[in-house]
Design a protein around this ligand. Structure first.
Ligand SMILES: [Zn+2]
Length: 328
C-alpha cells in the first residue's frame, strides 16, 4: 500500500481484495460500475482497478513497480483512456463514445488489455449510453470498461445489466483524518473538515482547499439551522449573500438539499449514510419534521435549481426560495 506508485486508497479494502481475487482467477469483469456518494474515492479506485487489470504480475497485481503500473500511476499508460466530459450536464458526447468504441476495437499497445474509464457517468445521456451499449454487451476480448457514478439508478437498465456493480463507501473518521494529515493540512482545519463531512475524504479535501466549498458548507449548515428555527430573516440574509454569485448559490443549495435529506432520514428507523455538512443542524431540523414537509422543502430547492437553469436571476430565486422554505 505504501509503494510510491500506488494510489492511496483508504477503506474499501474488502472491495479491493475481491477484485484482486478476480484478477488472480482471471475473472475480472469486462464492465465495472463503481457507485457511491461524491468524494468517497471512486475515481481513485477506478485508477487502481486499471492498474490491477494491466499489471504485469497477475499474482501480486497491482504491484506498483512494473512498467505498466508505473505508466498508469503517471497517467501515461497508452492503454488507459479516460473519457472526457462535455456539455452543460458534464455528460459524454455521442462522438466521444464513438471514438472510444473505435479505439476499443484496436489491439492494445503494451499488454493484453485496454481500459476505458468513464468518470462521473451520472450525466451520461440516453443517446450516449445507447451508443455504448453494443461495446459493453459484446466487448472485444481485450477491452474493459469502468464507470463511476453516484448511484446505479443513473444508467439505463440495459447497460446496467451488462455490468458488475460495486459500492464504494466513505471511510471511518480515523482513516479520513489519517489521509488528511498526510496532506499536511493544519490540525484544527482537519477537525473542522471532518466534522462537516465525516469519512468522505474527497469532500473534506474540497472543504480544506477550496474557499468557495468551505463557504458553501458553512452557509448551508447555518441555513439549515435557521430553517429549523424558521428564522426567515437569517435565511434571507444567508441566501441573498450567496446569490451574489450564481455558482455559489448552486453549491450552497446542493448542500442545503442534502441537509434536508439527512433531516428526513433521521426521522426513519435504521442507519443511513449522512450526505449533508452538519449533523447537529440536521438533527434539529429533523425534530417534528414530517415526510410531507421534507418533500415540500426538497421540491422548493429543486424549483430553485430549475429557475437558475432557466436564467431567472439568482437574487430573485433566493428570495422566492426563502419564502417557499418558510411556508413548507
Ligand atoms: Zn504491476
Amino acid at each position: 500500500m505504501n509503494t510510491p506508485n500506488m494510489p492511496a486508497v483508504y477503506g474499501n479494502q474488502q472491495l479491493l481484495s475481491e477484485l484482486r481475487t478476480m484478477r488472480k482467477q482471471n475473472h475480472l469483469p469486462h464492465a465495472l460500475l463503481l457507485h457511491g456518494e461524491r468524494g468517497c474515492g471512486k475515481k481513485l479506485i477506478a485508477k487502481w482497478f486499471a492498474m490491477l487489470v494491466l499489471c504485469e504480475h497477475p499474482d501480486s497485481a497491482p504491484c506498483g513497480t512494473c512498467k505498466s503500473c508505473r505508466l498508469a500511476a503517471e497517467d501515461a499508460h497508452p492503454d488507459i483512456t479516460t473519457a472526457e466530459h462535455s456539455g452543460k450536464r458534464m455528460g459524454f458526447s455521442v462522438e466521444t463514445v464513438r471514438d472510444i468504441r473505435r479505439e476499443a476495437s484496436v489491439l492494445p499497445n503494451n499488454g493484453d488489455m485496454r481500459v476505458f474509464i468513464f468518470p462521473d457517468a451520472d450525466g451520461m445521456s440516453i443517446q450516449a449510453q445507447n451508443a455504448l451499449l453494443k461495446s459493453v454487451e459484446e466487448p472485444p476480448a481485450h477491452s474493459c470498461f469502468v464507470f463511476t457514478a453516484g448511484s446505479v439508478g443513473v444508467l439505463l437498465p440495459t447497460l446496467l445489466s451488462r455490468m458488475t456493480a460495486k459500492a464504494v463507501f466513505p471511510v471511518t473518521a480515523g482513516e479520513c483524518t489519517e489521509a488528511l494529515l498526510k496532506r499536511d493540512y493544519p490540525d484544527a482545519d482537519i477537525r473542522a473538515a471532518a466534522a462537516r463531512f465525516g469519512g468522505n475524504i474527497g469532500k473534506c479535501i474540497a472543504y480544506l482547499s477550496d474557499p468557495a466549498v468551505k463557504r458553501a458548507a458553512d452557509d448551508a449548515a447555518a441555513l439549515s439551522a435557521a430553517l429549523a428555527e424558521r428564522n426567515e430573516y437569517e435565511m434571507l440574509r444567508l441566501l441573498t449573500a450567496a446569490a451574489a454569485d450564481k455558482d455559489q448559490l448552486i453549491r450552497t443549495l446542493e448542500l442545503l438539499d442534502a441537509q434536508v435529506r439527512d433531516a428526513a432520514v433521521l426521522t426513519l428507523e435504521g442507519s443511513f449514510p449522512r450526505l449533508g455538512c452538519d449533523r447537529a443542524a440536521a438533527e434539529t431540523l429533523s425534530s417534528g419534521l414530517t415526510p410531507r414537509r421534507a418533500m415540500r422543502m426538497h421540491g422548493a430547492i429543486r424549483e430553485a435549481f430549475a429557475d437558475l437553469d432557466g436564467n431567472v436571476s439568482a437574487v430573485l430565486t433566493a428570495t422566492a426560495l426563502c419564502a417557499a422554505l418558510c411556508d413548507a
